[in-house]
Design a protein around this ligand. Sequence first.
Ligand SMILES: Nc1ncnc2c1ncn2[C@@H]1O[C@H](COP(=O)(O)OP(=O)(O)O)[C@@H](O)[C@H]1O
Ligand SMILES: [Mg+2]
Length: 279
Amino acid sequence: MSSMAPTFTSQHEEDRMPDGLSRTATGLAVEDCDVVVNRLGLNVKGHDILTNIDLLVPRGRITVLVGPSGSGKSSLLRVLNRLWDTVPGARVSGQVLYRGLDVYGVGADPVWLRSRIGMVFQRPTPFPRSIYENIALPLRVHGKPSKQIPDLVERALRQAALWDEVKDRLKASAMTLSGGQQQRLCIARALAIEPDVLLLDEPASALDPNSRARIEELLLALKGQLTMLLVTHHLDQAKRVGDYAAVMMEGSLCAFGTVADVFADQTVPRVHAYLQTPH
Ligand SMILES: Nc1ncnc2c1ncn2[C@@H]1O[C@H](COP(=O)(O)OP(=O)(O)O)[C@@H](O)[C@H]1O
Ligand SMILES: [Mg+2]
């Protein structure tokens, strides 16, 4: 799809390296990251929801985003996908780069951006149509030739580890699937348009333990193929699947680094206390 990329103009050419803990704690190069966030802020109707966030999202890895409820995890994901654009009174400041392109820059197209950075929400959100159409529809919208669509639907369903369960009932309504299957369908739908980055907002928290384990396996299987930023409130899950971890508190990013380093670090007492508490 890169041929459809619009021209982006960075408003902050001189600011491409993030400051502070992000860079020094990990030794990551910006070139190895699909998303780079610099001094990001979000204000909604006079309230600061996010303040001064620097974050790197390394390519082909899972970065887990953890923190207490209300700390701004979902809000941050929504900034990366430009979902605040239509919210009255919401103002984003600072910079978000996707592969060096300023996603809030002049000429940046949110629809194109969302084809490169996909999103999976906490509650499964299948379209009230057939299983097949849930995948075929976005493929058509993104201009895939109709003769390719059946193969692409199958590929996406296989990638999301759902094919074997649905291959004999592709015409059935997506609403007949279980919650866990619906969530894998939503992941398949997001994968079908071959994004580089997948944002996942507690994708397994509304599911039973069995389905949760399947989603976890799926994310691990996708590692290396795409970049994932996963919000989870299960710290054990964060440790099992994460390569890098970011900890948010009260709208700020309080720690970022490898999962091992972040969970072992004791320099910020409230972060350490949070990470030691079973969730
Ligand atoms: N649409 C909105 N308008 C105003 N405030 C919001 C909106 N969405 C979230 N917030 C506020 O932003 C803060 C962070 O919320 P959220 O990002 O949902 O946190 P988390 O995902 O970490 O639980 C909360 O104080 C919440 O009330
Ligand atoms: Mg949330």
